[in-house]
Write a protein that binds this ligand. Structure first.
Ligand code: ADP
Ligand code: MG
Length: 360
């Protein structure tokens, strides 16, 4: 596989793991699934195949959530992954489709501008004008291709899609068919087709799902990590593999440095210090695990290119301030108060205090 590709699809990046799992998989597979539900769970949660190939954990968190997500996809209901930004919704959805269908690229990115063509089909107008409506003039959407080929289709940020366009999904999910009146025909879904949608908790109320559409989905809520240790480990493992992919010229960050960053995120998010003693104001941003990963990556790039290759407080500070201070007035007040009441007083945190203060 060419390493010049900036980002490989999950089924490419983890092709060996997927092949090893398929080879040793002895459980029954639902129609057109590449792996059994058990093997899909092993792929997501990590472990070792019977012939000794190590499977890296993709999702770190409750096993049961992944089991429910996988089992849902084997029924006639679609899967909705719900959560605040940065809780691995897209990441899990990509790996689920890679493991189940061997193709994670059938995806619709939901935005306010997503049109019905992205969910149903469009037309190649040159062909349409020259030849009239014909199958050759039809431009298939990812959903249509998934229906035809019996594959999973991902719909990202479902609740950002305008309601009338969302409605196009209702017939698809309830009737498992997509009428094409222009050709006097319909595309009927092949077994194996299903949809994994993601939606952001914070978008609630933007384009609320209609109750008709909601009924077609089983919802799995992806939570923020329970404990400091768990979140530190998620950030560590993701930063390690991203660092390799980006070929950053820096050493992997010390776990203590990651822990410090995650502590700041968790304290500000929760509005209280980890020892439970000091109440804090929370800034307006989400401060998600995903953002902590980005702050560290930025720090590593600074350390690698402009520092001595070792991640230090000053490499973290700018990304950290950027993540916390989203609103230049309110968040800044919250941040400065946190710096002075918590960071400044904490043993061994002087360097972080100074680096952040310099920027403020
Ligand atoms: N519980 C978790 N297990 C593994 N990775 C996680 C977890 N939570 C967050 N991440 C990481 O955070 C980053 C952002 O995740 P993403 O799927 O883009 O978030 P979302 O779609 O929920 O906004 C990804 O790199 C993902 O691997
Ligand atoms: Mg996402």
């Amino acid at each position: 596989m060419s390493t010049d590709i900036l980002r490989l699809a999950a089924e490419e990046a983890y092709a060996e793991e997927l092949a090893a799992l398929a080879e040793t998989d002895e459980y029954p597979r639902p129609p057109r699934w590449r792996l059994s539900p058990q093997a899909v769970a092993s792929y997501l949660l990590g472990g070792e195949t019977r012939n000794g190939v190590a499977i890296t954990p993709k999702y770190l968190g409750q096993r049961r959530l992944m089991e429910i997500a996988i089992a849902t996809l084997a029924t006639d209901r679609a899967l909705l992954l719900l959560g605040v930004p940065g809780t691995a919704k897209s990441w899990v959805s990509e790996h689920l489709s890679a493991a189940i269908s061997g193709d994670s690229r059938l995806a619709v990115q939901g935005t306010a501008g997503t049109a019905e063509e992205a969910i149903r089909y469009g037309w190649n107008y040159a062909k349409l004008l020259a030849e009239g409506p014909s199958p050759a003039a039809l431009v298939e959407s990812p959903v249509l291709r998934g229906m035809r080929d019996g594959l999973l289709v991902r719909v990202e940020e479902l609740t950002r899609i305008p309601s009338d366009v969302q409605d196009a999904l209702i017939t698809i999910l309830s009737e498992k068919t997509l009428p094409v009146p222009e050709l006097n025909t319909e595309i009927r879904a092949t077994r194996g087709f299903n949809i994994i949608a993601t939606a952001n908790d914070r978008d609630r109320g933007v384009n609320e799902l209609s109750s008709a559409l909601k009924r077609r989905f089983n919802t799995v809520v992806l939570p923020l990590p329970d404990s400091l240790d768990e979140e530190t480990e998620i950030v560590r493992s993701r930063v390690e593999s991203l660092g390799k992919a980006l070929k950053l010229p820096s050493e992997p960050p010390a776990v203590e440095e990651i822990r410090r960053l995650v502590t700041v995120f968790r304290e500000l998010r929760a509005g209280v210090t980890v020892d439970g003693k000091t109440k804090l104001k929370s800034p307006s941003g989400v401060l998600s695990t995903g953002e902590a990963i980005s702050v560290l990556n930025q720090g590593l790039a600074l350390a690698g290119h402009f520092g001595d290759g070792v991640l230090r407080a000053r490499d973290l500070a700018s990304g950290l301030v950027g993540a916390v201070v989203k609103d230049p007035v309110q968040d800044r007040i919250v941040w400065l108060e946190y710096l002075d009441t918590v960071v400044k007083e904490r043993d061994g945190w002087k360097d972080l205090y100074r680096a952040c203060r310099e920027l403020a």
